[in-house]
Write a protein that binds this ligand. Sequence first.
Ligand code: F6R
Length: 610
Amino acid sequence: MCGIVGYIGERNCVPILINGLKRLEYRGYDSAGISVIFDHDSTVVKNKGKVSLLENKIENLNLSARLGIGHTRWATHGAPNELNAHPHFNAEKNLYVIHNGIIENYQTIKKGLQKLGYEFITQTDSEVLPHLIDSFIKKGNSLFKSVQLALGEVEGTYGIAVIYENEPDKIIAARKGSPLVLGIGENENFVASDVSAILAHTKQIVYLEDGDIIQVYKDHFTAKTILDKEVEKEVHEITMSLDEIDKGGFPHFMLKEIMEQPESIRNSMRGRILFDEGTSKLGGLESVADALAGSKRILISACGTSWHAGLVGKYMLEQFTRIPTEVEYASEFRYRNPIIEKGDTIFFISQSGETADTLAALRESKIRGALGLGICNVVGSSIARESNAGVYTHAGPEIGVASTKAFTSQLVVLSLITLLIARKKNMSLVDGKTIAGELSLIPDKISEILKLNYEIEKIANAFKDAKNFLYLGRGYNFPVALEGALKLKEISYIHAEGYPAAEMKHGPIALIDEKMPVVFIAPKDSTYEKIISNIQEVRARGGRIIAVASEKDNDIDKLVDYTIKIPDTIRMLMPLLTVIPLQLLAYHIAVKKGLNVDQPRNLAKSVTVE
Ligand code: F6R
């Protein structure tokens, strides 16, 4: 959730921290702050709101330092205000801590520290850290040892960075449950929640594992565990470029990412389709391909949009592999003692690879001996590293908080996995070739749909003041209805619900009147006639209808208020096309309402707390 960045070196760290925080803002943006140490003195500057406000505040201060840490916050404990913003500090204001995660036993620690005379000025859980570390320093320990001892008392999750005026040659950083990387430069080093914050300066990255604690000097680093064991850390050279995480001329990351989808899904399938054999080749699953095809049951665990992709995956896997497949929210899965048996395979789908619930579900399933496979976008993320095997979606960095290209790339990977298993089981070569061929046509078809951008913008204009929306679809398009509704509510704050179209008459139909827009996902497939009946039912009650329909369907226009015509494909791949207009519709409605599309209120890109 929160974003962390730290610098030690020979340059002025202030602009480096501010630019790093701007890149991390997708992780949280309710307040931000930095603290820097210079000539055995230090200062901290914090502000409510976005990093640009902090930047304005700092501009007049003429700050310059070679060591500093910065934080952008997504509030968990304590209101999003300046006081609760990080960095937090000790009474002497010479030791500073930034923290991403939740200290679950902070009340107990706080009471203990209060008995020792420590005073607390914020409502945050994180504030216990500087005081606790300070209490160990006062007992004569070094900064490193004090952080180690403090973390030994902490329950919960953390990615932290600590600096101290009396040891101004280092940053101490540690992780448990919240992501943290170390970036290696020339006579300078960085710490950050993720590489996007430091990519402008280095591509040499060390990924911290849970339990790791490092001392970062300007020209070297040392690594141990919290329990003081030595650890070897490997330096990875990453290939991501800065261009990939810039807006590239689009007004918002979300629009850029929607428009990128032909390319991003080409990247997801590149080199992975074996056309002649009518199957797929997924390097990451090679070692487990037979076990996978022999699975008695498949489980899919994920959150939010990734969970919707999982639902589409269930439809694909059950239709073509005949392996019973269940999809469960990771947050439910981990707390309800799920039935996991020998022969079960569990996929964990996550764009960020850091979602706390999904990561915890993966860990739980591994304890129970299941084959845990990751489908992640962020290379080197925790889920990617901890799963037994997996597939990267290769969608490229997704910065907009509302997930778009990550979703379609997840669908591509799920269809490749379906193809792989089904061909190993009972799918004919001809059917395999059909799916492979259709898949390869999807990027061009998405390009066609994206040309409707202006048309969809006009529809958005007509509906921007609606208070509610209903999204209805059947079969493969039911999860798309859920996804369309989620996109709209998260960025436009309009209440929206997704339903299987036939379920409408079991309740939601009561909501329909002339104020209720209903989006039907109605391509010409085997359920078309049924969905037309549902459209008639809404029409009879005065509902306003937008239909996503097949381009050859000339009959639907007279039944609905607006149609968005899209190309056809085979049923299993239809969600890759039907979701595109819904992403654009949500985007344009939010823009027309004047809302912050890339950073909607209360949300964060990577949900690393429970
Ligand atoms: C919605 C959205 C969220 C994420 C969810 C899981 O647009 O972005 O619902 O899909 O928080 O995130 P990942 O996929 O990173 O595990």
